[in-house]
Design a protein around this ligand. Structure first.
Ligand SMILES: [Zn+2]
Ligand SMILES: [Zn+2]
Length: 142
């Protein structure tokens, strides 16, 4: 059995997955940019019954799509606000976990899993490592 664990930054919410993920979706849509505060959302997609969430209560925010009218429940830690993925009315039985919230995200590798980048039409030009960006191994302020 493939077990992997993760959780929020304050430790109040923990999760465990008991099977392999089905894919990774990296979404560059402007809505994911806003909900994550970054250039994209990185969602590890699992069957809901292969994810166990423990600890304190997870908060949910229901977003209704103005296009489809369907809901999407964003989940996050009530204490520290860490993104804990979402469930979608459109895809029952499936949930996402943010790839960066695993204790050891190093197992998520592009040569091992199907990784799809979607909504590239709104991709930010500062979100890729092109020769035009300055690159530092650690923070630039020493
Ligand atoms: Zn927390
Ligand atoms: Zn998105």
């Amino acid at each position: 059995m493939t077990e992997r664990s993760g959780g929020c930054v304050c430790g109040a919410v923990r999760f465990k997955t008991t099977a392999e993920l089905s894919r990774i979706t990296i979404c560059h849509c402007t809505w994911c940019q806003r909900r994550t505060g970054t250039a994209f959302g990185t969602e590890a997609v699992f069957n809901s019954d292969e994810v166990e969430i423990t600890g304190e209560t997870v908060e949910r925010y229901r977003h209704l799509s103005d296009e489809s009218g369907r809901w999407l429940d964003l989940e996050f830690c009530a204490k520290c606000g860490t993104n804990l993925g979402f469930t979608l009315e459109a895809v029952p039985g499936v949930r996402t976990l943010p790839a960066g919230a695993f204790d050891d995200p190093a197992w998520i590798r592009a040569d091992r899993y199907k990784i799809r980048h979607v909504f590239l039409r709104s991709k930010r030009d500062w979100s890729e490592l092109s020769p035009l960006v300055e690159q530092y191994e650690a923070h630039f302020r020493k």
